[in-house]
Every structure is written in C-alpha cells, then in structure tokens.
Design a protein around this ligand. Structure first.
Ligand code: 5RP
Length: 264
C-alpha cells in the first residue's frame, strides 16, 4: 500500500490500541434533519474533540465544521435516494475523489446494497471508487447498508456483504454487529468498524454492543444515533472510547459515563 493511503488510515486509527472511534453524522443525506441532528454544527461541535474521525457529507463538512479541525474526515460520497422512496439502494457516486482530496479527506465512504434491487450498481460504484481512490492514495470505506430491511443484519448476510466489499478492493468496511459477529470478522480480510443502528433502549445497550463488537474482532466503531440521540452525548462518546481504546468492560465504561455526567 502506498505511503499516502497508509498515512491516511493510520491517522484514523490513532494511539496504541490501533482501533478507532468514528462519529457518524452523515444521516441527513437520505433521512433529512434526523432527530438531534437537525442543526449539524450544534451536534458536532461538542463531540468532535472526542472522535478519532468524523463521517459526513461535503455539505455538512463545509457548513458545519471549522476548517481548522485536525480530526480526520471520512467523506460520504454516495447518495441519490431518500427515505421517501421504498428502495434506498438506488445510489450513485455523488462526490468525486478529486473533491475529497481538495477537502483533505482521510477516506471516502459509500454504501453497498448487497441483495437489493440496485446491488449491481452499488458494487460497480464501489469498484470504480476504488479505482479513483488508488490513483489519489485515498482509502475507501464500504458500508454494508441494509436499507429499510433491518432484519438483514445477521451473520450470514453481513459476512457475504463484507467479503464482497473487501474482494472489490474496499480498504475498510463498516457493518453492523450481529450474533456470530466473529464469523463476519473471520471472513473479511480488511478492518471492520461497526455502526450502532437505530437508537437502542439505553446507553448501556449501546455500550454492550460496542464491547461485544470489539471483543469479537471489530477494529472500532462508527456510531451516530446511539451517541447524539443519547441524553448525554459527550459522556457517551467518552465511555465508548474507554471500551474501544482501553478495553474497558461495560461496567467500567458505565462508570466513565456516570463520572463524565457528574463533571458536566
Ligand atoms: C448512514 C450511515 C451511518 O453513518 C451509520 O449507520 C452509522 O450511524 P448509526 O450508528 O446511527 O447507525 O451509514 O447511512
């Protein structure tokens, strides 16, 4: 792998743990003003110091993040469908690698929709993004999207989707945690990070998800709603960091959460 790409990846996986805590705030590109992300700047600003990377679109990057930030940018470059349509898989590449370089992104990210009506298009988009990424030294993160079919989040499906993404050249894959997650990790030769999915019942449930994902081989998390839809987003991100970087148990992470709530 060339130096530029290695450097970009290394910056997203800092510190001794070699893992990453990414903050996902790209939901608006198909969901509109998602609850508690209505004003992206207000949501992002307090969380940014605790994120190893931030995943977002160029629109939100330009309008809602100060250019002086040193946090690595994972730029969402696919889109073209919204929640108003039944089929979310009808996506194209919406931002060029050239613009990603101009925006000083550390990686570009796109969704792949395995098994969906536009499976073929999304996989060809991935292959083409990898081609342009290779030319520019830009890592590509594939996101194994499930559209509205949340029940697809099982090990058999996710192992297939992650493996296909890695085979087509993705340097990183973002997927969901599931029962039997270690099988997904085993079959995927590139690092996996896990999304949180829709808000869970409690902060503890989200910490448990992160703990189990890291214990079973994820190299990090790329969470959104379970951070900024929590009533305590910054303490929550600090607690997740304890799990991802310090191998804290769920109980230890809950203590970080409580201490941090008290300090605020
Ligand atoms: C949206 C995404 C999100 O970035 C991803 O799902 C992570 O966010 P959350 O933890 O809220 O699921 O890719 O398409």
């Amino acid at each position: 792998m060339d130096w530029g790409k290695r450097n970009r990846i290394a910056r997203m996986f800092p510190g001794r743990s070699g893992n990453t805590v990414m903050l996902a705030v790209d939901h608006g590109y198909f969901m509109g003003p998602t609850s508690r992300l209505e004003n992206p700047r207000a949501t992002i600003t307090p969380l940014l110091p605790y994120a190893d990377a931030i995943a977002l679109t160029r629109g939100v990057l330009r309008t809602s993040v100060e250019p002086s930030t040193t946090t690595p940018i994972v730029l969402r470059v696919s889109g073209g469908a919204t929640v108003l349509k039944e089929d979310l898989s009808d996506e194209a590449l919406t931002t060029s690698v050239r613009d990603a370089v101009r925006l000083n992104a550390s990686a570009v990210a796109l969704s792949v929709f395995v098994g969906a009506p536009h499976e073929h298009d999304s996989l060809v988009n991935l292959a083409s993004l990898v081609e342009s990424g290779e030319e520019a030294g830009m890592p590509v993160m594939a996101i194994t999207a499930v559209g509205k079919e949340l029940e697809k989040r099982d090990a058999r499906y996710l192992a297939l989707a992650c493996r296909v993404a890695a085979e087509l050249g993705a340097h990183l894959v973002k997927t969901y945690f599931c029962e039997g997650f270690s099988k997904v990790v085993e079959g995927c030769p590139v690092p996996l990070v896990v999304a949180g999915g829709p808000r869970l019942d409690s902060d503890r449930a989200a910490l448990e998800l992160a703990f189990r994902a890291i214990s079973e081989g994820a190299k990090g998390i790329d969470m959104g709603r379970n951070v900024w839809q929590s009533d305590h987003p910054v303490p929550m991100l600090k607690a997740l960091r304890a799990i991802v970087h310090d191998r804290a148990t769920v109980a230890e992470a809950e203590a970080v959460l409580s201490d941090s709530k008290r300090d605020r």
